[in-house]
Design a protein around this ligand. Sequence first.
Ligand code: PMT
Length: 400
Amino acid sequence: MLQGKTVILGVSGGIAVYKAVELLRLLTKAGAQVHVVMTRNAQQFVTPLTFQTLSGNPVHTDLFSLYQEQEIGHISLADRADLFILAPATANLIGKIAQGLADDLLSTSVMATKAPVLAVPAMNTNMYENPLYKRNEKILLEHGYHVLEPATGSLACGWEGQGKLPDPETILETAEAVLAPKDLLGCHILLTAGPTREEIDPVRYLTNHSSGKMGYAVAAVAARRGATVTLVSGPTNLTVPTGVKCVPVCSAREMRAAVLEHAESAEVIIKAAAVADYRPAVRAEQKMKKTGDGLTLQLEKNPDILSELGARKGDKILIGFAAETERLLIHAAEKLKKKNLDMIVANDVTRLDAGFNVDTNIVRFLYADGRVEELGLMSKMLVAEKLLDQVARLWSAKRR
Ligand code: PMT
């Protein structure tokens, strides 16, 4: 999303300025051309040289610098921007923008730009909760500015509460969301991700290698593209993507209950979860003791959630995943038909760089009309983008 984009990083004065350095590093790593504008107060915390070295571009500090004005100028900064990020944005900066004041290079450039502006406030909790600050923030939101809420925790001033600058990764994710096309705006997508756990006794369970990475990538990209996303997730170590509502579950039966509860309002259902097909017929009340040399567990079948959804599909768009170790296309095509799907993502899980618990994947898209599309090795985020291109196409065709 940020590759080749020009980002103006506006840094105003607060202790969180040091985090803007890491944000700059992430932005450049993501392929953005970053120009930093610092207020006079920001320069008290970190020198312009640090930002200049990391961005590879001169740092802009002075509205009346003849050299800077001749080289690039504040209007030129405003014009060339694809995105403005104000991080940290002080109460003073937010207040000035809300009141239409432009008295230094940063506030002047923000006022002159037509690019989207993402403000990331960071300040003392009491300042953040002050109704005057809240009023200014509301004015920004009403005028189409994006505001990322501060995080909660211990603040440099000694207070506990909301006011911390969020992690640079979260700011980056939000910046990507601001730039993403909003082709799924108004679409409710229900997603599943991760494994299920089927308990044998209070300390043991049956599960599989799913990490949730594939499903969480789809959730993150769908939210970024404007969809309302409900993510029913088995146990994972992942952070729920920004803007996604997560319903945590453990077993296949819990997943079924959560999916059916949210399916009604969903227009698109994507099932990336690796659901256990069987569970122990009996869950022991107490930890099972070792007896004899072997142990036979009686298993019984779990409900097939996707088949159940397929049987009462209506006009919903239904997409499954198929994790296969052999005869990939044949098995995936069988599941597509049997489960009454619009599309299935066939996943060869025998490769080390695809399938379970890695950041990359190699998939094929199989469609209900028999078409097969082959995608090469790519990141799970890019697989998610490609999958959601198809979802956007199917969804807009349904609405015509
Ligand atoms: O989570 P990661 O580590 O990133 O790994 C990603 C993945 C390999 C788990 C993912 O890409 C994937 O392939 N998910 C589907 C895994 C799977 O269980 O496939 P399946 O062939 O067993 O099931 C086919 C479809 O039916 C799936 O959409 C599954 O969610 C669904 N199903 C299966 C069994 C069941 N009882 N209920 C279901 O709804």
